[in-house]
Design a protein around this ligand. Structure first.
Ligand code: CDP
Ligand code: CDP
Length: 248
């Protein structure tokens, strides 16, 4: 069946609702990898909100702004321009999920360092900083057809997201995954050090006053300790198709 010169399948794809999918969870639970793959399978945009906290944290470290100086950090966030761009096909094959530009400078690799992760989680406790970045995330994801991952996507950024996933994995598995990444990059951290870093950050993220890491009441809890990336992403795609049908 042809309709207005278009293939009927394309017509149906156009008609089907483009959802907002929120994926939250602790460090190393697989959010970025799974979100990126889910977005690719659905033809959606992938957005990594953690990269934004990391980028501002990197800038603060470079400018030696003390983490206690909340007013200065909020002002810094306001004057910062962060861009998330999809990787080139070659970068994607090499495992890169997002390219990150801080005031026009590429910081994709730098923001993945352990010290930047720690600074990001401290910066993320500041309400004024979160306000600026949340507004930015809402702008970037407006209109749907997006998979956004972080800590507060389903609770604060997109509380009306049609599909919310809370991704979990045991702390040991998460640390093992992060350790493997450090090994591949040549960073010489022990598994115990990585486990401590992950635990410390999780504790801060879960216990902070503003937008703590918490499972939204309507989020699907998905423990992927014993699941691969593809399997996890396909399960989310399955759930997304169910919700798409409801929202069409
Ligand atoms: O974004 P988040 O910190 O939640 O985790 P990630 O960066 O997506 O995943 C951490 C590492 O675990 C990556 O190297 C993934 O390839 C790996 N991973 C895995 O081996 N099995 C999964 N089911 C999910 C992620
Ligand atoms: O990749 P990983 O899960 O280790 O961290 P990330 O998602 O890149 O986030 C880095 C830090 O930013 C987290 O430890 C959180 O403190 C903070 N963050 C947040 O507070 N809210 C978000 N939506 C995303 C990240």
């Amino acid at each position: 069946m042809q309709e207005g010169g278009k293939n009927w399948k394309a017509g149906i794809a156009e008609m089907s609702a483009r959802l907002t999918i929120a994926i939250d969870g602790p460090a190393g639970s697989g959010k970025s990898t799974v979100a990126r793959r889910t977005a690719a399978l659905l033809g959606y945009l992938y957005l990594d909100s953690g990269a934004m906290y990391r980028a501002v944290a990197l800038k603060a470290l470079e400018r030696k702004i003390p983490i206690e100086d909340e007013a200065a950090l909020e002002a810094l966030t306001r004057e910062t321009r962060i861009e998330l761009r999809p990787p080139t096909p070659e970068q994607e094959t090499a495992g890169l999920k997002n390219r990150v530009f801080l005031d026009g400078r590429e910081v994709t690799e730098e923001i993945r360092k352990a010290e930047v992760a720690q600074a990001a989680s401290r910066l993320a406790t500041i309400a004024g900083v979160r306000e600026v970045l949340v507004a930015e995330q809402q702008r970037a994801g407006q209109g749907g057809g997006v998979v956004m991952e972080g800590r507060d996507i389903g609770t604060v950024v997109f509380p009306k997201a049609e599909l919310k996933i809370f991704l979990e994995a045991s702390a040991e598995t998460r640390a093992q995954r992060r350790w493997k990444e450090h090994q591949e990059k040549g960073d010489k951290f022990s598994l115990l050090e990585v486990l401590q870093e992950v635990r410390e950050r999780d504790k801060r993220d879960r216990e902070r006053k503003v937008s703590p890491l918490v499972r939204a009441a309507d989020a699907v809890l998905l423990d992927n300790t014993a699941m691969g990336i593809e399997e996890t992403a396909r399960l989310i795609v399955f759930l997304a198709h169910e919700r798409e049908a409801v929202h069409t």
